[in-house]
Design a protein around this ligand. Structure first.
Ligand SMILES: C[S@@+](CC[C@H](N)C(=O)[O-])C[C@H]1O[C@@H](n2cnc3c(N)ncnc32)[C@H](O)[C@@H]1O
Length: 208
């Protein structure tokens, strides 16, 4: 399983979403939607081996986590507006500590960044932070170790336009999360997801 976790520092935490103003009044919800699109959509198909979390930390009720499960998604299409409509439906519900399904494959809960990461850690998943200054991904994941890491489940954490704060980074360091880089340049989060998928697709092919 491939898992991506986006910390969306300003993303709105209510269903009061203006579909015509995703970047402004919705706290860069456009960016969240693009990450969802890159996480799941192939040409005429969906990545069913992927789960995407966005942790919304904007007003008025932070934090709220959304979980998208590729194998269960239905009716969503790759464009930002379609994805935003499904996010709006999820955020119109009152969130509880446990996950509840909003529409097929899309869940919401009153959970924060650390809680979600600790859940992954407890489940034994291998967790990486996507960071331009980390070790190059091709040095960290290779055909020799990929099968074992894949069996555990691989988690990639990424930041939004603001990035992670010092407290988040210290927390990730404390629990031993490794930083990996996919380029010497600073990229958009959704482009990072596409590149990570591409690296993993090629590794899959190499171990067949
Ligand atoms: C637009 S960038 C964030 C920029 C923000 N100013 C910062 O300092 O983090 C969004 C996220 O993409 C990931 N990212 C961007 N470039 C990367 C790279 N070259 N290698 C790995 N991850 C990268 C990081 O997780 C980053 O938080």
């Amino acid at each position: 399983m491939r898992i991506f976790i986006l910390k969306a520092n300003r993303a709105i935490t209510s269903g009061d979403i203006n579909l015509k103003d995703l970047p402004g009044s919705c706290g860069r919800l456009d960016l969240v939607c693009r990450c969802v699109s890159s996480a799941f959509f192939l040409s005429h198909d969906l990545r069913r081996d992927t789960i995407f979390y966005s942790i919304h930390c904007g007003d008025p009720n932070p934090p709220i986590a959304l979980k998208f499960i590729g194998s269960q998604l239905k009716r969503v299409s790759p464009d930002e507006r379609s994805i935003a409509i499904f996010i709006k439906k999820a955020l119109e519900n009152k969130p509880y500590p446990l996950w509840r399904e909003s529409t097929s494959g899309i869940y919401y809960a009153k959970k924060g960044f650390k809680e979600i990461i600790l859940e992954m850690l407890k489940e034994g998943k291998k967790i990486y932070l996507l960071d331009m200054d980390g070790r190059p991904i091709e040095h960290v994941l290779n055909p020799e170790n990929y099968r074992e890491i894949k069996e555990r489940g691989i988690v990639f954490i990424l930041g939004d336009h603001i990035g992670l704060n010092k407290e988040d980074e210290e927390f990730l360091d404390e629990i031993g999360v490794e930083r990996i880089s996919i380029s010497p340049l600073e990229l958009h989060g959704n482009h990072c997801i596409t590149i990570v998928h591409n690296v993993l697709d090629k590794l899959e092919h190499s171990i067949k």
